[in-house]
Design a protein around this ligand. Structure first.
Ligand code: ATP
Length: 323
């Protein structure tokens, strides 16, 4: 390993900069040239990248987003696009590639590796936490903290006005953010894509836990089977005459912001470990974390399987609900 290229791809997530910093510094420690590629696979196709130094990653650990930029590249899904992308790696004598992103990013790297026999390591970078083979993805913890801060604020106004709030959080296919933030913010109900939402049951729950209380908070994952927060509000409204119902969509604030201590730590450890794995001639792996331990998983398995939230959280939220 003389030169390692790396990129961030798919949706950005807080902590990607910490991973980039760790990759660059670990490479330099082992006398390997770190080669950053801009804007994910699209930048690779367009030949945009550079050798990086300590100065490039100075003072970035605390920033959300990614200094390399990220993109979704339709061209990379074509054989012609990947051929051009590999030519760029080849011209720059790259010996290994680290990609930070989600399932799609891992799929792209796997195909590139199979076509060109280049070693690859994947780091899970997404706020959604829906990657198989790890307890935490880079960015998930920061997103949770952003959401609970917002819910605390919504709770203040909900309590002042005796309101019922449907708070929509990110999660098109996965309920990790909804489930974890519902528990951490003391929400009364949570609706996630992994379970079937029963509108009449929800109406009864709302009536029951709103009795004698100043506020009710329902966290809704955007991809719930009954729709987003506004859809759910519209469906329950005819059955909740006299109740003051509101909805709030938290949106893109969930992706940004200074990464939490946990995200900085896991991103730094994962980034450094990815370089070490390539040095040990390992390839086709993703890095994960379980408790305090770093783990690895076959990238093929990480793509095939889907990370699923622990539904015991749902039971606990039900158990704690005011009756
Ligand atoms: P997020 O969880 O934030 O959506 P992701 O990595 O899953 O992250 P995608 O947009 O699905 O995001 O994938 C990122 C990029 O990976 C795509 O824009 C594309 O360039 C590449 N990619 C995805 N699927 C494939 C595929 N089947 N073949 C080649 N490249 C792919």
């Amino acid at each position: 390993m003389k030169k390692i290229a790396f990129l961030t791809s798919g949706g950005d997530s807080p902590g990607m900069n910490a991973a980039i910093r760790a990759i660059v510094k670990t490479c330099l420690h082992y006398n390997i040239t770190p080669f950053g590629i801009y804007d994910g696979y699209q930048g690779m196709i367009e030949g945009r990248g550079k050798e990086m130094t300590y100065a490039d990653v100075d003072n970035i650990i605390q920033y959300g987003g990614t200094i390399l930029g990220t993109a979704r590249s339709a061209d990379f899904k074509t054989a012609e696009g990947r051929k051009r992308a590999y030519e760029f790696l080849n011209q720059n004598q790259v010996d290994g590639l680290i990609v930070v992103g989600g399932d799609g990013t891992f799929t792209g790297a796997t195909i590139l590796s199979q076509e060109n026999n280049i070693p690859i390591i994947g780091l899970p970078g997404t706020i959604d936490n829906d990657i198989y083979g790890t307890e935490y993805t880079i960015g998930f913890d920061t997103a949770l903290n952003t959401v609970i801060d917002a819910v605390d604020k919504i709770r203040d106004t909900a309590s002042s006005h005796h309101r019922i709030f449907f708070v929509e959080v990110m999660g098109r296919d996965a309920g990790f953010i909804a489930l974890h933030t519902a528990l951490a913010s003391g929400a009364d109900s949570v609706l996630i894509p992994e379970t079937i939402t029963d509108i009449p049951k929800l109406v009864e729950e709302i009536k029951s836990h709103n009795k004698g209380r100043r506020s009710t908070i329902i966290i809704v994952a955007e991809g719930d089977d009954e729709g987003n927060a506004l859809d759910i509000l519209t469906k329950v409204k005819p059955h909740l005459d006299g109740y003051d119902l509101r909805h709030s969509v938290l949106g893109h604030i969930q992706r940004g912001g200074s990464p939490s201590a946990l995200d900085r730590k896991i991103a730094t450890r994962m980034g450094s470990y990815a370089v070490e794995l390539l040095i040990q001639n390992k390839t086709g792996l993703t890095v994960g974390v379980r408790g305090e331990q770093l783990t690895t998983c076959q990238i093929s398995e990480a793509i095939k399987e889907h990370g699923a939230p622990d539904l015991a959280y749902l039971k606990l939220i039900e158990l704690l609900r005011t009756k």
